[in-house]
Design a protein around this ligand. Sequence first.
Ligand SMILES: [Mn+2]
Length: 337
Amino acid sequence: MSWTIDPAAAAAALETLRGAKTVLMPTHQNVDADGLSSPLAMRHALAQVGVDAYPVITDGDFPSNLKFLPGSDKVLVYGRDELPAYDMLCLIDCADRKRLGAFVKDDPSRLDGSVPIVNIDHHKTNDRFGVVNIVEPDASSAGEIVAEVLRLWGTNTTTDIAKCLLSGIYGDTLGLRTPSTTPQTLRTVADLMETGADLEPVVDWLFRLKPRSTLCLWRHALDNINWAGPIIWTEMTRDGFEQCGAEMAEAEGIVNFLSGTQGSRVAVILYQDEDRQGWRVSLRSLEKTVDVASIAKYFGGGGHPLAAGAHLEGGPAERAEFIARVAELVAAAPAGK
Ligand SMILES: [Mn+2]
């Protein structure tokens, strides 16, 4: 095992969550497969001990490609659905409790600790903000950690739970292709498949099926490609999303496609905010010597060494300054592979 969860921490998480009447599980903003599947698996698991737990999408709509997840109809969308009264928060896959979209922007006191937080995550930059913290930076995904937590709890891994966890692991490892994929990851995946989770819908919905609007969006992204020293970057404008009739989740694969372009060391995508006053930025590296999490942290963001993000306020001048600074930081990193 490349990492293990302290059984006492797992037991403390169960005891804490069992003490709640209703648990809210807000997702990180711009939720992805792991960010939604892992809380959904937790919802199914907590139902077995009589605790109601609701994943909440904290910004934007429910991503269409995740509707296949068992229990997706029970996921709440902040701003659309009424929140139940809750006495506990469980954050899964959230590196930072401040990046929970409108859920925290509308009322920062929601995350000030007055409602206890159970924190389960795999981001290196997670600062252990919970009353219970299970943070394993070497795990491929939150799904992989939740699988281990549920094993320690003795949860009956139903097919629904297995499908969710498999989706989380597949999403974050890009189909078991990232360096974070370990023999342990593969064993967990094998166990989940034996429990009855089929690969086909996961692979189809996460990597193959796409609406036509996605192609339109990719055309925009590829048309807007720029270079700045060792970085390749592009911008996803609001106009692009609107012209294509595309949702944010459809732009997810582009940064991974760009990273690995020969001659580049880091790929950067800027997603323009809805109010056009700034960008959400996504950074990817294929070189272990270029830690994009520390670059993201420099700009107030965070993430993983090879995949990280931050938020940038301002207009074209701030954007140009940002790109130039990232290019400098990347150029200063020692050469990797
Ligand atoms: Mn994740």
